[in-house]
Design a binder for this molecule. Structure first.
Ligand code: PLP
Length: 401
């Protein structure tokens, strides 16, 4: 049966993808091709594959049927044309940026980014002659002035980690393209279930597939997607292959399994996060809540335009000093203190001390990230239990526990 999957709706496409490899014996679930290398029947077969005349396989750090299936699946979910998987989100981000930038080029990045992405742009790229300009991309009216002929890439996350800044993808892409720049967007927080940046003009979408795409906290992985098939081949064979950040087939298989419930999970995450955000907003001990689904949130209107849901991540500040925030976290019983997000379990963290510890006080101040800012990755537990856990931990702040 020849399945033309592109006509199916998103939820169906998380489950049904391209036809599995010809040797898969019609298994319902794809086999894991746990092999580093592939054999050839003849030298002519080998020559055809090496010269890209045939799309058969050579070596897993170039291609593998399990990786290819995952690449096709995620590319279809992002409404893209091709994708390449990586051994981590950072391998995807670093390889994409290195592939689009040369010595003497410049990158404009949003001022609030995941900590390692920020330090890669701020400290790593300049060692290779690439300079970085960090700006507030929510102020798109001031962006035009930042461009000169050296700027080649604009990079951002929307929503951003951890302050949930919402950036207007369509507006930024228009400005960047006017200046012949590529737009690279980290879509980890929203996932393609809620937001498809390629449809708003992004050139490349990157993910930490470690998070919602896999969804079960047992894999580290990354992926880059684009509508430009030649670019993805270039990224795969000149960067992923040469830098070596290849994903292993078993992890690709786990992500394929996790993807089958992406739509269900994201709907439930979104529902729970909305309830938690509303609860937090009503608490006298909570100073400010950051969640794109709150009407009072700065990015709400843009989020509504480019996202079909607001996701699982909430930030908030507790009244008083850092001790109050620490007391709150130490009194949580259900939610766990951890750096990651996108899992079934509700996870909380202090970005200033954990994922963003490498930002200076000055940088933290500039992006408005207070030391008592708490990030919550709302999980899939019953919302009542999550809220009761937060309620009890908030009450414990003043009870001397
Ligand atoms: N992008 C975002 C938004 C993240 O939150 C993270 C990790 O937390 C990354 C990228 C990096 O991904 P990985 O840990 O898979 O390398």
């Amino acid at each position: 049966m020849n399945t033309k999957t592109d006509k199916y709706k998103f939820q169906t496409r998380t489950i049904h993808g391209e036809k599995p490899h010809k040797n898969s014996k019609n298994a319902l679930n794809p086999p894991i091709y746990q092999t580093s290398t592939f054999t050839f029947d003849t030298i002519d077969d080998a020559r055809k594959v090496m010269s890209f005349e045939s799309s058969d396989y050579v070596y897993t750090r170039g291609n593998n049927p399990t990786l290819r299936l995952l690449e096709q699946r995620v590319s279809s979910l992002e409404d893209g044309k091709a994708a390449v998987t990586f051994s981590s989100g950072m391998a995807a981000i670093s390889s994409v940026l290195l592939s689009l930038l040369n010595s003497k080029d410049k990158i404009i990045a949003h001022q609030t980014l995941y900590g390692s992405a920020h330090s890669f742009i701020k400290s790593f790229l300049p060692k290779y002659g690439i300079s970085a300009v960090f700006a507030d991309l929510t102020q798109e009216n001031t962006l035009d002035n930042l461009f000169d002929e050296d700027v080649k890439v604009v990079y951002f996350e929307t929503p951003s980690n951890p302050t949930l800044d919402i950036i207007d993808i369509e507006k930024i892409a228009k400005i960047a393209h006017k200046h012949n720049c590529k737009v690279v967007i980290d879509n980890t927080f929203a996932t393609p279930f809620f937001q498809k940046p390629l449809n708003f003009g992004a050139d490349v979408v990157v993910h930490s597939a470690t998070k919602f795409l896999n969804g079960h906290g047992d894999v580290i992985a990354g992926i880059a997607v684009s509508n430009d098939v030649d670019y993805i081949n270039y990224l795969k064979f000149e960067y992923m292959c040469e830098l070596g950040g290849v994903l292993n087939p078993f992890d690709a298989w786990l992500i394929l399994r996790g993807l089958k419930t992406l739509a269900l999970r994201m709907r439930e995450h979104n529902k729970n996060a909305g309830l938690v955000a509303e609860f937090l907003q009503k608490q006298s001990l909570v100073k400010k809540v950051y969640y794109p689904g709150l009407k009072s949130f700065k990015g709400y209107e843009i989020a509504k335009k480019q996202m079909s849901g607001f996701g699982a991540i909430i930030g908030f500040e507790i009244d008083g000093d850092k001790n109050n925030a620490e007391k709150f976290v130490e009194n949580l019983k259900l939610a766990k203190l951890a750096v990651s997000l996108g899992d079934s379990e509700t996870l909380v963290e202090f970005p200033a001390a954990m994922t963003h510890f490498n930002l200076t006080d000055n940088e933290l101040h500039k992006i408005g990230l207070s030391k008592s800012f708490i990030r919550i990755a709302v999980g899939l537990e019953d919302a009542d239990d999550i809220i009761n856990d937060f309620d009890r931990a908030l009450k414990a702040i003043n009870s001397g526990q």
